[in-house]
Design a protein around this ligand. Structure first.
Ligand SMILES: NC(=O)c1ccc[n+]([C@@H]2O[C@H](COP(=O)([O-])OP(=O)(O)OC[C@H]3O[C@@H](n4cnc5c(N)ncnc54)[C@H](OP(=O)(O)O)[C@@H]3O)[C@@H](O)[C@H]2O)c1
Length: 167
């Protein structure tokens, strides 16, 4: 690999046509990282790359091309919430003190869970990230500073952080 290519850092961000993934691509490219923006829908992916032109980042962002010899950063971002959230009920609950100490939350009134959504969630959020990692591991192993970032939420935590009272 040429010296310039060796010093260049490369990243892959999944589900990057919108949301957190899109913002992650923008941030990485703004810091000089060459980013492969991936999306399951080609049109949405190409539109996202187009949008980044507005920020002058088009030279550092490519859609779904993996034609370089190493990878430094893999961001496993693609995923779904796996539930149906009632936005009105959530807003009302937030207004009435949801999340504040001593306020009980009745999650079943705010969030609907189904077998199909849970299945889709495990497929994308767990097996999707696992497959991407497995496929790109050989490229990551060529980097001096390999990083894998898995997007998650407190819902996926096996152990919750100790709250302030027990610290
Ligand atoms: N936003 C939050 O408050 C929050 C909180 C906790 C965790 N997270 C996690 O952070 C990540 C990004 O969230 P976000 O709010 O930015 O979500 P988002 O705006 O809904 O974007 C999700 C991205 O993932 C893609 N995706 C969904 N299912 C996929 C699948 N089966 N295969 C390939 N791509 C798939 C979507 O593609 P399409 O556009 O084609 O649908 C989209 O590009 C997710 O993993 C989410 O679980 C988000």
């Amino acid at each position: 690999m040429a010296e310039a290519a060796k010093s260049q850092r490369y990243a892959v961000v999944t589900g990057a046509n919108k949301g957190v993934g899109f913002a992650t691509v923008r941030q990485l490219a703004s810091n000089g990282v060459l980013v492969v923006l991936t999306a399951r829908d080609e049109k949405r992916g190409l539109e996202a790359v187009d949008k980044l032109k507005e920020f002058g980042l088009s030279d550092l962002v490519f859609f779904h091309q993996l034609d370089f010899g190493k990878l430094d950063i893999l961001v496993n971002n693609a995923g779904v919430g796996g539930t149906i959230v009632d936005p009105e009920a959530m807003r009302a609950a937030a207004a009435s003190g949801l999340g504040k100490e001593g306020v009980e939350v009745n999650w079943s009134e705010l969030i609907t869970q189904t077998y199909e959504l849970a299945e889709e969630c495990v497929k994308s959020n767990y097996f999707g990230a696992k497959k991407m990692t497995k496929a790109l591991l050989p490229f990551l192993q060529l980097s001096n500073t390999p990083r894998i970032i898995n997007l998650t939420s407190t819902m996926a935590a096996l152990k919750l952080w100790p709250n302030k009272r027990s610290m």
